[in-house]
Ligand binder design. Sequence first.
Ligand SMILES: [Zn+2]
Length: 308
Amino acid sequence: MSKSSFKNTIGIKVDVDTHMGMQKGVPALLEMFSRYNIQVSFFIPMGRDNTGRTVKRIFIRKGFLKKASRVGVLKTYGLRTLLYGILLRGPEIAKRAVHLIQEIIKEGHEVGIHGYDHVYWHDHIKHLSKEKTERILKDSVRVYKEITGKAPLSFAAPGWMINPHALDFFQKNGFVYTSDTRGDLPFYPVMEKNRFSIIQIPTTLPTLDEVVGIEGDNPVMLAEYFLTLLKDDLNILTVHAELEGNRWKKFLEHFIKNSMERGFVFKRLIDVADELKNYGKLPFCEISFGTVRGRAGEVSCHSPPLEF
Ligand SMILES: [Zn+2]
């Protein structure tokens, strides 16, 4: 891919993690995107909201509590969401939002899959067997088809955790690209010595929750910090319906408005992937697990381009 094929481009990837994020955050984001006339990519879990089960990360994961208090977990998610999957049966995120998903599509945005059970995927996918991985993905595809009437073309891994069985599934089931890693350029993945021909589009920018309280604590200051990180080619920003669709709307709005004023254009990730497929020559990069600043636990990252 020549550097110039994506001049000053931003892809916004909206991760919906919870029922509350779907019901309250998504409409607020749709309103904002329509005001700026931009199209983005939404990723939605196809199963139940089991956010309450993340509570055990407080005890097993170094740094989780520190990050949780910086972001204000209770204010962000609300008590009810924190009880889903432990004391309350969590609602089905996608199935209870059919009208909203249809509205997202009607507005010209993309809808992809963000796992089935977000918490389970995040905590277990690294070591999950081929059979269990495929079962989760088949369930996700089934629900997606029921709701949209179409086969899914894209997937974004919850918590940026992925395994080679999932990549194999995407490749064999007509997905155009997936976005499961943190890094700086689109590539074809190599994982545990397997080479895949499914395009991988990494999140290139940090997420708001990783820098809040570190690079600033008000929305405008943080948006200004993100603007300094923009490259003149392709940038992928992951936002969360629970944050930027709620208490941190002002951050995203300032970021969109000011990046547009600086000449950046917004593209859906599926359009980025189509361009890459048609014109691009992508490198192979190896996926492994690493850490990023401000985030507790591991995420999937990529190596520099490999030489064969
Ligand atoms: Zn997520």
